[in-house]
Design a protein around this ligand. Structure first.
Ligand code: ATR
Length: 285
């Protein structure tokens, strides 16, 4: 029996997950079809109920449903209840388990692609939305030395810092970005710089005060090089672009569904090809 998985979002047509998850199932010899499940908010409950059927392995969940799915699931695993968001649903014999692999995906990207371990590092997060929450709790679990959180709306940074400190990490809100020299790693978790956001030519901060060797990471994967990453590269700082986090969060989802190691290189290749095709299509229009 062909089994099914898919990504639930609204809108969801832009998702790269079908490209790299399909490649991963094929390379692993698994008979799974990965679909786009565009789901309006009023249809979410029905969509989630349908996942209990044995033919479904599970699903990914993306904007705007990551919080709204929580009450529709049977159990929450990993850090998802602390984070308050689920990006992966696993159907285990009709029971639905929710996980959040976004933050761990970032930590794996940091370790495997930037060759930097978060432990004992001083890390500044820019942003306090859903993505920042996932990353902050995963960094806390990975024993980051200190987590500073800046956000445009400071009350959200204060709340996230308090939540992460409650989980046992040294986390503090950062009111201003005038001196970045205390940090080993700076991560953009805002949408600033993202294609289609209207902020493509902006960076969330001026990195001129970062000290040499500071790793500059961006979770935005389109464009491949944001303004922030370009500034970092020009300043000679090491960079971590957004694509690896996307791939590793998907690789962790794949492993939760299948129990087999994800073919990460195949997934990278498929995602890069899909992005290149998207740009070629965009240029032709
Ligand atoms: P996600 O789930 O992708 O994190 P989100 O929860 O909507 O999405 O969070 C978006 C983040 O980007 C927030 O930190 C937001 O800051 P606010 O909390 O002040 O809204 C940040 N953000 C979005 N646009 C921004 C901008 N133009 N400048 C600075 N921060 C911005």
């Amino acid at each position: 029996m062909t089994r099914l998985a898919g990504v639930i979002g609204y809108p969801v047509a832009h998702s790269l997950s079908p490209a790299f998850q399909t490649a991963a199932f094929r390379a692993s010899g698994l008979d799974v079809r990965y679909e786009l499940w565009e789901t309006a908010p009023e249809s979410l409950a029905g969509r989630i109920v349908s996942l209990r059927d044995p033919k479904y392995l599970g699903a990914n969940v993306t904007i705007p449903h990551k919080q709204a799915v929580i009450p529709l699931l049977d159990e929450l695993g990993g850090q998802s209840s602390r984070v308050g968001a689920v990006n992966t649903i696993v159907n285990r014999s009709g029971r639905l388990f929710g996980f959040n692999t976004d933050g761990q995906g970032f930590v794996l990207a940091m370790r495997n692609e930037a060759h930097a371990d978060p432990s004992d590092r001083s890390i500044l997060l820019l942003g306090a939305g859903g993505a920042a929450r996932g990353i902050a709790f995963a960094l806390a679990e990975a024993k980051a030395g200190r987590i500073g959180i800046w956000n445009r709306t400071s009350a959200r940074a204060e709340r996230l810092a308090a939540d992460v400190a409650g989980a046992g990490a040294l986390a503090t809100p950062v009111p201003a970005l005038s001196d970045l020299s205390p940090y080993d790693v700076i991560v953009n978790c805002t949408s600033v710089g993202m294609e289609g956001s209207g902020t493509e030519s902006s960076a969330p901060c001026d990195i001129s005060t970062a000290r040499p060797g500071t790793l500059i990471a961006d979770i935005v994967y389109a464009p491949a090089e944001t303004s922030l990453l370009r500034q970092a590269r020009e300043a000679g700082l090491p960079v971590l672009p957004g694509l690896p986090m996307l791939i590793y969060q998907g690789a962790l989802s794949f492993e939760l569904w299948t129990g087999v190691p994800a073919p990460v290189e195949v997934m990278f290749e498929a995602a890069r090809k899909a992005l290149a095709e998207r740009h070629a299509g965009g240029a032709a229009r």
